[in-house]
Design a binder for this molecule. Structure first.
Ligand code: APR
Length: 314
């Protein structure tokens, strides 16, 4: 029997969604459906990308839509839909607004793609991942948040800048929520196998960690009217590829913890093996007491936001 084509739906055709759709389509790894609530935008961006297809030698397809029914039978659903923070809007306002977007997107897509895997990008990402899992009713291994791959890529970039080496030769892991309280791990950072602490002073490493923690804000302060999307989209693509090609890459992602790292019933960033079934394995690292404390602080902050988002609004 002819195998059906692999399908990835990208929900939200803004900067991150459209760029992720481009990377997926350009790689030829899957047919792509690009969805948005705004009429015309997903259709226009998808048509523009389709018209690049012949130049990229592509044999897969891409289409834009305002109808969630077109996402049926997806292998992966990437959720980038959300509202940006507007002036006068508190973080909590944004939390509630995006939680509502998740509710509508996930309740509308999960029944149509019962064997799908969610990759959640919308911020606050760890919280939105937990909500997506609750609404979908999927096994937690099939709901994954994108944050750590991006944070790790930023840290790798700054180390490569500092040492004047190829970014690809820098490897690292980052733990915790995708926010100010993330926990980059210098002792699990190597440059072609050489431990980072042998190459840079503790003070310089601390400065690069600080820059990593503020990596998103640094881009916002430069762009002024938007936030990062090339590196977030590339992070999504690496996760999509690891799942669809069953690469089993070890990537830091928001995954459901049920006792691992002493955390229960919470999605937060940890290293996982990412394969065709989603999270194939959670890797538990030996941590210093200080990193355990920082990770726990980050997890507590995420849990607080989850509770706020799920509580009825007064
Ligand atoms: N269903 C589908 N799409 C929606 C919905 C909805 N209910 N609500 C909003 N959208 C769409 C918007 O119309 C917009 O096209 O989501 C898109 C978001 O795109 P951008 O505003 O360009 O945001 P982007 O930079 O792509 O970031 C998306 O990822 O990194 C995170 O913090 C970022 O939460 C944000 C998300």
């Amino acid at each position: 029997m002819r195998r059906m084509k692999t399908k990835v739906s990208v929900i939200g055709s803004g900067n991150v969604g459209a760029t992720a759709a481009q990377l997926i389509y350009q790689s030829g790894i899957a047919d792509v459906v690009l969805f948005d609530i705004v009429e015309g935008v997903p259709q226009g961006k998808a048509l523009d990308l389709a018209e690049a297809g012949p130049l990229w030698n592509i044999s897969s397809s891409i289409r834009g839509t305002n109808d969630l029914a077109d996402t049926a039978g997806s292998d992966i659903i990437v959720v980038t839909a959300g509202l940006p923070r507007k002036p006068g809007m508190s973080r909590d306002d944004l939390l509630y607004a995006n939680a509502n977007v998740m509710r509508s997107v996930v309740s509308g897509t999960a029944p149509l793609s019962p064997d799908g895997i969610y990759i959640v990008v919308t911020n606050p990402m760890d919280v939105m991942t937990q909500i997506s899992w609750k609404i979908s009713g999927f096994r937690p291994q099939r709901v994954i948040g994108m944050g750590g791959v991006l944070d790790a890529s930023r840290f790798r970039t700054f180390i490569a800048f500092e040492l004047g080496v190829a970014p690809a030769d820098v490897e690292t892991l980052v733990l915790g929520g995708h926010g100010d309280l993330m926990v980059p791990l210098p002792q699990y950072t190597t440059v072609k196998g050489i431990p980072l602490p042998e190459l840079l002073s503790a003070q310089r490493i601390a400065e690069l960690i600080d820059r990593t923690k503020n990596g998103g804000a640094e881009i916002v302060s430069l762009l002024k009217t938007g936030s990062a999307y090339y590196a977030p989209a590339a992070s999504v693509f690496q996760m999509v590829k690891s799942v669809l090609s069953d690469e089993r890459r070890i990537l830091p992602c928001a995954a459901y913890l049920d006792g691992e790292y002493g955390v229960h019933d919470l999605f937060v960033g940890v290293p996982v093996v990412l394969g065709r079934n989603g999270v194939e394995k959670i890797i538990e690292l030996a941590l210093t007491d200080e990193d355990k404390r920082l990770f726990s602080k980050s997890a507590v902050a995420v849990k607080g936001l989850v509770e706020t988002a799920l509580a009825p609004r007064k």
